[in-house]
Write a protein that binds this ligand. Structure first.
Ligand code: ASP
Ligand code: CP
Length: 325
């Protein structure tokens, strides 16, 4: 079961023999298919417990540091909710402007500081590789909550869990990723994670926002069937999971280029007439223009349910790295 390298700097007093105890979660490349089955099983248990009792004391006395150098609503608040539903507490640094980062403190020193006060650190940062850097300086587990245009592994785990809960299985599905595939870290992580299954992936994007070639090549080596398109109509009728993304405005150097692609695709009830009746539309959120609110009441719109699944997956991950699952 354990596949991740052991963190050599573990605090005392926990179940050191639990398979995930003390481990960092930095990239989806760390996971095997068996790991995913385990995480999904724990997340499913968490869902049942939240529905039954709401809050319980599995992580009583544990402290999470939420360190966010970039804006967040879902990731930050779902980790807070996850920790508090498990009886633990949270140090929120959701606006680093008001922390000593503004005085020029480095990421390693900020992480060393939180390491003294917390049992686990969740980090979102604009630079690729920042979570791995933080993990080098932290004795406690570091969870990557998004490192620039790199990865967003906990999002991909909750995305895969959503597919499993909504459609019952992942093998055999056709997944279409739509929008900003160049800068969208969620699709980078999700494509890699889905390569553990037998899926077909279509990438639909404006020419300048195509999926990075190194990710396509990585999946090719694993034998995943992939195709690239600029027109959604070409693949929508055969799609089981339509994964829509926001054009990542904050990553563009030239605002005119952003303006030229921001409305490239808009999902509306009209557009969705061409899709199957049994399929789902996902989105990591926040959405801006790319899904019309008129579509929200369609049963295929899974993006709000997806947010809720995020709570259960993050509860599972916290329990696992703190040695309680
Ligand atoms: N919330 C997701 C992320 O932080 C997706 C997005 O912002 O568009 O990557
Ligand atoms: N999906 C996601 O990461 O949302 P936030 O940016 O609001 O955390």
């Amino acid at each position: 079961m354990p596949t991740l390298p052991n963190n050599p700097h573990l605090p005392f007093g926990d179940q050191r023999n639990a398979p995930w105890y003390g481990k960092d979660i930095l990239s989806v490349s760390q996971f095997t298919r068996e790991d995913l089955e385990y995480i999904f099983a724990v997340a499913h248990e968490m869902r049942i417990m939240v529905e039954r009792v709401g809050t319980f004391d599995l992580l009583k006395g544990k402290i999470l540091a939420n360190l966010f150098y970039e804006p967040s609503t879902r990731t930050s608040s779902s980790f807070t909710s996850a920790m508090e539903r498990l009886g633990g507490s949270v140090i929120p640094i959701n606006e680093v402007r008001y922390s000593s980062v503004t005085k020029g403190e480095s990421l390693p020193d900020t992480v060393r500081t939180l390491d003294c006060y917390a049992d686990v650190i969740v980090l979102r940062h604009p630079e690729v590789g920042s979570a791995a850097l933080a993990a080098k300086y932290a004795r406690k587990p570091v969870i990557n909550a998004g490192d620039g245009i790199g990865e967003h592994p906990t999002q991909a785990l909750l995305d895969a869990f959503t597919i499993k809960e909504e459609l019952g299985h992942i093998d055999g599905l056709t997944v279409t990723m739509l929008g900003d595939l160049k800068y969208g870290r969620t699709v980078h992580s999700l494509a890699r994670l889905l390569s553990l299954y037998k899926v077909k992936i279509h990438y639909v994007s404006p020419e300048i926002l195509r999926m990075p070639p190194e990710i396509i090549e990585e999946l090719q080596r694993k034998g995943i069937e992939q195709t690239e398109h600029t027109r959604l109509e070409e693949v929508l009728p055969e799609t089981d999971v339509l994964y829509v993304t926001r054009v990542q405005k904050e990553r563009f150097e030239d605002p005119a280029v952003y303006e030229s692609v921001k409305d490239a695709y808009v999902i509306t009830p009209e557009v969705m007439k061409a899709a199957k009746q049994r399929m789902i539309v996902m989105h990591p959120l926040p959405r801006v223009y790319e899904i019309s609110m008129d579509f929200d009441d369609d049963p295929r719109a899974a993006y709000f349910r997806q947010m809720e699944y995020g709570l259960y997956v993050r509860m599972a991950l916290l329990a696992m790295v703190l040695g309680k699952a």
